[in-house]
Design a binder for this molecule. Structure first.
Ligand SMILES: NC(=O)c1ccc[n+]([C@@H]2O[C@H](COP(=O)([O-])OP(=O)(O)OC[C@H]3O[C@@H](n4cnc5c(N)ncnc54)[C@H](O)[C@@H]3O)[C@@H](O)[C@H]2O)c1
Length: 525
């Protein structure tokens, strides 16, 4: 963003003569709802959507309205940017858990002018009333329901990527990178097809999910062998929500394979140090309790990984008076866990003794089938990292008999009669068994998403709509720290916090500007 733009933000965020503007906005929101008009689409009339039950729309609309009150960052983004319609005419696709909170993000992007299509990034995470509410609200074409099959999931992703005239998105909001992956793999296979007529063959992989990706691309090439080329050419950029998706993007960028610019929203301080930590601190115990109702106090809980998600998860279990163990590969995170009073151990050492085991690593094969065979009867196993491969689910299914207890809660029974209770089939338990993070923390993450989408657009327009001249090339970028501080500032008023203001002398003494940024980019929070 231009310096003038950032300066304007800083001044507006901290009005020196009155209360900080974030405080004023939050106060206003507490008294009366915002009244930014959103241009509606005729989604229901068009039939261009798929949700599980449109009769849930009224419930969805009520919860969307309640969530707006808890999402001051998004509501002030509507207020600030809505009148200028900076995303007018932009085709914006999202692949991110279709929850109520995401609904408020979707309606914010629509309020800024975007033409939005959306799918979930997880087969279990959709809140059906949220999906129905957005369709009824006419703010987005939604393709998502709770309990999709893998085939349906990739069908939804493909539908969300495709506008009625066959064109693709200008910009994507991604979570975990599946939409980005489909465009990249699609173009790769179209190139191979043009060269030698070969089509992707789902039989070439054992991975059930990748089989669906290959089948989707094969069917697309048969209809139009240049479809993904055209979509990639149109793309201005993607903003990525989570750690695992950012890892994928960085790997592609390092190999020179990334086909459009990406903004790493995860590593905004007001995302990863809030959503990943405090969001999981709220939603992990929520998911274990909703799924099992087991008392956690006095139980032994192992948290695998002590990064951001692990830190929040471990804190939440301690708050329940559980005895908490942590496993780590990184000596720094292991030492942090020790300093917090957690016992650091290997899973092999404690696996037969613990009652609950949660993976948070973003890595694979953390809990093996051999581990699960050694666990206590009815030990609870869950994953709060992004994908479903932290727990060896396929091997577990092969070695056990499955007893479904209720949706997203199964007992897998070994031949000796003992079994483990697995949450959400090894996928994100907080979104499968509960409703994800609460609105207030998601307002931080999603305000960053909104600013990232605006930033991608702004840079493109500043470059005269010539991508090669944009300041964003096919790499992974962070948002400026000023915006991170702005996002935090927008949430202080609602919870009654009052910022201390630096004096001119103090600012000079510690070497920062009066209006921030207050920390160097190397600061770790
Ligand atoms: N469920 C949610 O709501 C939610 C929210 C945010 C992020 N995530 C996902 O959670 C995962 C973790 O995110 P994060 O931000 O905490 O990442 P992070 O990198 O901060 O933490 C991961 C930790 O796992 C450790 N680790 C890696 N391999 C390990 C192993 N074999 N054994 C033990 N520890 C190991 C790493 O050293 C690291 O400290 C990612 O997949 C991310 O996408 C989920």
């Amino acid at each position: 963003m231009s310096d003038t733009f950032l300066a304007a933000i800083a001044v507006r965020t901290r009005d020196m003569d009155g209360p900080p503007i974030a405080h004023t906005i939050a106060m206003r929101a507490a008294i009366a709802p915002f009244t930014v008009r959103i241009k509606k689409k005729s989604v229901m009339e068009s039939g261009d959507y798929k949700v599980s039950d449109i009769s849930l729309a009224d419930f969805g609309r009520k919860e969307l309205e309640l969530a707006e009150h808890e999402m001051p960052g998004l509501m002030s983004a509507r207020q600030e940017y809505g009148p200028g319609q900076p995303l007018a005419g932009i085709q914006l696709m999202g692949s991110l858990h279709m929850t109520i909170q995401t609904g408020v993000l979707i309606e914010t992007l629509a309020a800024l002018g975007a033409d939005v299509r959306w799918c979930s990034c997880n087969i279990f995470s959709t809140q059906d009333h949220a999906a129905a509410g957005c369709v009824r609200g006419g703010t987005a074409n939604i393709f998502a329901w709770k309990g999709e099959t893998l085939e349906e999931y990739w069908w939804c992703t493909d539908k969300a990527l495709t506008w009625p005239d066959g064109s693709g998105p200008d910009q994507i909001v991604d979570d975990g990178g599946d939409a980005t992956l489909l465009l990249h793999e699609g173009k790769k296979f179209e190139i191979a097809f043009a060269k030698d007529g070969s089509l992707p063959d789902p039989a070439t992989t054992d991975n059930a999910e990748f089989k669906c990706v290959l089948a989707t691309i094969r069917d697309s090439i048969k209809k139009n062998p240049k479809r993904f080329h055209v979509m990639v050419d149109r793309m201005v950029g993607v903003s990525e929500e989570t750690t695992t998706g950012v890892h994928r993007l960085i790997t592609m960028a390092d190999k020179g394979e990334l086909l459009f610019p990406a903004i790493n929203v995860n590593d905004c301080v007001t995302k990863s140090k809030f959503d990943n930590v405090y969001g999981c601190r709220h939603s992990l115990p929520d998911s274990i309790m909703r799924a099992t109702d087991v008392m956690l106090s006095g139980k032994k809980v192992a948290i695998c990984g002590f990064g951001d998600v692990g830190k929040g998860s471990a804190q939440s279990m301690r708050a329940q008076a559980a005895i908490v163990y942590v496993t780590e590969i990184d000596p720094i995170c292991a030492l942090q866990a020790c300093m917090e009073g957690f016992q650091v151990a290997t899973l092999d050492d404690i696996v037969s003794d613990v009652d609950v085991i949660i993976t948070t690593t973003g890595n694979k094969d953390i809990i093996t089938v051999e581990h699960m065979a050694k666990m206590k009867n009815n030990a609870i196993v869950g994953n709060i990292g992004h994908f479903d491969n932290e727990i060896q689910m396929e091997a577990l299914e092969a070695a056990t008999t499955r007893m479904n207890i209720k949706p997203q809660c199964d007992k897998f029974i070994f031949p000796d009669g003992h079994g483990v209770i697995v949450l959400a089939e090894g996928r994100l338990c907080n979104l499968g068994c509960a409703t994800g993070h609460p609105s207030f923390v998601m307002s931080n993450s999603f305000t960053n998403q909104t600013l990232a989408q605006l930033e991608l657009r702004k840079a493109y327009l500043e470059a005269g709509s010539v991508k090669s001249k944009s300041k964003y090339q096919n790499k992974v970028y962070l948002l400026p720290k000023e915006l991170d501080e702005k996002v935090a500032a927008l949430h202080l008023g609602q919870i009654g916090a009052r910022l201390t203001r630096l004096s001119v002398e103090q600012a000079a003494y510690i070497g920062v500007k009066m209006n921030g940024p207050y920390k160097p980019s190397t600061y770790r929070y």
